[in-house]
Ligand binder design. Sequence first.
Ligand code: ASP
Length: 325
Amino acid sequence: MKKILLIATGGTIASQKTEGGLAPGLSPGELLRRVPDARAFCQIDTVQPMNLDSTNITPGHWLALAALIEENYGKYDGFVICHGTDTLAYSGAALSYLIQGTRKPIVLTGAQKPIDREDTDARQNLLDSLRYASSGDSGVCIVFGGHVIAGTRARKTRTKSYNAFSSINFPDLAEIRDHRVVRFLPCAESGSPRFTHTLNTRVMLLKLIPGLPTEAFASATACCDGLIIESYGVGGIPDAYLSQLEALAHAGKTIVLATQVPQEGSDLSVYQVGHRVKERYRLLEPYDMTLESTVTKLMWVLGQADDPQEIRRLFYTPVNHDLLF
Ligand code: ASP
């Protein structure tokens, strides 16, 4: 029987009613008691390193989760992390960079309704996750609403419905249908896992809106090493911000020019507004990567390297299906 470590971190799945609204309350043991069928196919130990609404999750928590998995990697066949849905896609992407080359499944899941509600999706999601984590090789992934999504490809696209997560610019890895895992893609990982322990959190996201005051770039210059500018369409920089961009580039900031459009990604070579800045300022672009992956990959890359050439090489090296271009 497969041995699984259930890591509970809070979220709606473990939440209970309080006077001030839902808040995480249940222990991992209490979660497990709601899915007794899991005992038929796996043996589960539990741990609760934090108990938070995922609004409060930070990069420090990603490092703590990766360290916990590293410590226990030899003892278990798979890991299931119960997590709030709001920042789950960021955590899935961050863990994909911090734990590379894992063939043991590291599954993140959660729910839109607390596990004790009659109409909850939590019991199904937890059972599906334990089943998937017990079913053989995989990497870091998200199991939610019957879909198995690569950890770098998930995005919360619905705030209320049970099919809350979509796989962006990439197919689902698998589905769970009637208690069976139906795989569409084989696990691409081989060899042994590589854990890294550093992130540079001096990363900012600046979303362009028409007429954004130029001063918005000042805080980026002051407090980040890496700036992601979320521009429009396939990507470009309005004339009004060219001197700000030049200042950022001269200050040695790593600049990624991304798009606000969720599907199909960037291509700065298409329009003059993109083409003129890409080479001149040695901008990076995410192509088909999700925003969640772009943010966490930049934190990871800047945690590993200072040299612009090495930053570029790491940023464009595909990890856990994050980049196809
Ligand atoms: N606010 C909750 C959280 O992210 C939402 C959820 O879990 O669905 O922790």
